[in-house]
Ligand binder design. Structure first.
Ligand code: SF4
Ligand code: SF4
Length: 423
């Protein structure tokens, strides 16, 4: 596969001029407030105010949007209108997306996806970006980075940034120093909604190219197929032979991410059509129950919990975000989330009939036990269960990566040199 922006030689040819770099208008003009005015303004009848000023020019500006606004308010009208995802919507659906009050709580936290087919790695002329063998974290070697910024334009998620002070590119490091001492990444640890889960996924590297090359609407499923079941003895045996430590395999068995992505097919990758095979997954949001209850409307039980026709954002829009346009993928997730809601309502309040719950469970293709487990992990799980990383055993792991086959022999495991891999 080739990068849309061309191969490494193409990047080298235009190393001093990259017309694809995002500009200030893509990132917003950074601003601050003249806070000093609050305490130094001359005495007067009016309350002093801190006026916004541009961090570029130092002059007063009128703020129309900004990164925090767009993250916290889920998109200003100004920028939402440029969203390519709304082009394909009907007028009504577009109005639904742009109605900021309705989508105000639709946060989409976006950190680096630590992709399997990382565009930033492929684009770097200095070879400074690499995917760490022991845990798959994508990092920029700050000693090798020469600040060419090809990674900034190549990453379709725009997750690498240029640091004008150090002259190097930087990105999310999945807090690897914290993980190496058994701590959760900082943003996972501090997430007040406790919505972030972290765990090991085993995958078949030989299949990445084929999976990334599927038609857009099959990509979410292809990415799921890439993931291997750590409970399968054949997978475990092969992982052992390939030098994966027992601790990592055990962590894969305990991984909450495996359950969300593979076992329950509840979490989907963001924009799989970028074909970088991102390793972060999202559970599409349902309409909040409380908003419906507060309106005091009498609704049939099933629609009280929202319905597929009345989702917070149009299915088509969510399919564009999470499934390469495949609405069936998002619909299947919604069937499961609805089934969990109905089952809980039946158990906690009792105004949903067992027949409706059974019907919803069948529609979702899950068992009652699985619905219980989804509820438990989503609502009740503690930090240990939500974030499950193996102990790093860094020295052993680095040795294993240097020559996995020799490492296996030295460690005394049953050993057979596997056939040479294409990847
Ligand atoms: S999200 Fe962007 S920066 Fe992160 S690994 Fe993927 S291509 Fe690289
Ligand atoms: S806190 Fe850590 S994991 Fe979260 S975005 Fe920052 S570097 Fe990445």
């Amino acid at each position: 596969m080739r990068l849309k922006s061309g191969g490494r030689s193409g990047h080298l040819a235009r190393i001093f001029h990259n017309p694809e770099l995002p500009s200030l208008t893509d990132y917003y003009e950074p601003f601050t407030y003249r806070y000093g005015d609050l305490t130094t303004a001359a005495a007067g009848d009016d309350q002093p105010t801190a006026r916004p000023v541009s961090l570029i020019t130092g002059k007063s500006i009128t703020i129309e949007g900004g990164p925090n606004w767009d993250d916290d308010l889920s998109g200003s009208h100004l920028y939402a209108r440029n969203d390519p995802g709304i082009e394909q919507l009907t007028e009504t659906e577009r109005a639904q997306v742009l109605a900021i009050e309705r989508i105000v709580f639709f946060h989409l936290p976006r950190i680096c996806n630590h992709c399997l087919n990382a565009a930033c790695v492929a684009a770097c002329p200095s070879g400074a970006i690499y995917k760490r063998g022991e845990d798959g974290i994508v990092l920029i070697n700050q000693d090798k980075c020469r600040g060419w910024r090809m990674c900034v334009s190549a990453c379709p998620y725009k997750k690498t940034y240029y640091n004008w002070t150090s002259g190097k590119s930087e990105k999310c490091i999945l807090c690897y120093p914290r993980q190496e001492v058994g701590e959760a990444p900082a943003c996972f640890h501090s997430c007040v909604g406790r919505i972030r889960y972290l765990g090991v996924l085993l995958y078949d590297a030989d299949q990445i190219e084929a999976a990334a090359g599927k038609p857009a609407d099959q990509l979410a499923a292809a990415q799921r197929d890439l993931l291997l079941d750590p409970h399968d003895p054949v997978v475990r045996r092969q992982a052992h032979q390939d030098g994966v430590t027992e601790q990592v395999i055990e962590a894969a068995r305990q991984s909450p991410v495996f359950r969300f992505v593979k076992e329950w097919s509840l979490a989907l990758p963001l924009h799989p059509e970028f074909r970088t095979v991102p390793m972060l997954f999202y559970v599409p949001p349902l309409l909040p129950v409380l908003a419906m209850a507060e309106q005091g409307k009498q609704r049939p039980q099933a629609t009280f919990f929202t319905s597929l026709e009345n989702t917070r954002l149009p299915l088509r829009y969510l399919a564009h975000l999470f499934a390469g346009g495949n609405e069936r993928e998002v619909e299947a997730v919604y069937q499961k989330l609805l089934a969990v809601r109905l089952q809980r309502r039946h158990l906690e309040v009792g105004d949903i009939s067992p027949r409706d719950v059974q019907q919803a469970t069948e529609n979702a293709g899950l068992t009652a036990e699985q619905l219980d487990e989804i509820y438990r992990i989503t609502a009740l799980a503690d930090m240990k269960e939500r974030i499950h990383v193996p102990p790093m055993l860094r020295e052993q792991t680095v040795e294993a990566l240097r020559d996995p086959h020799q490492h296996r022999q030295e460690m005394g495991f049953g050993y057979r040199r596997p056939p040479k891999r294409r990847w």
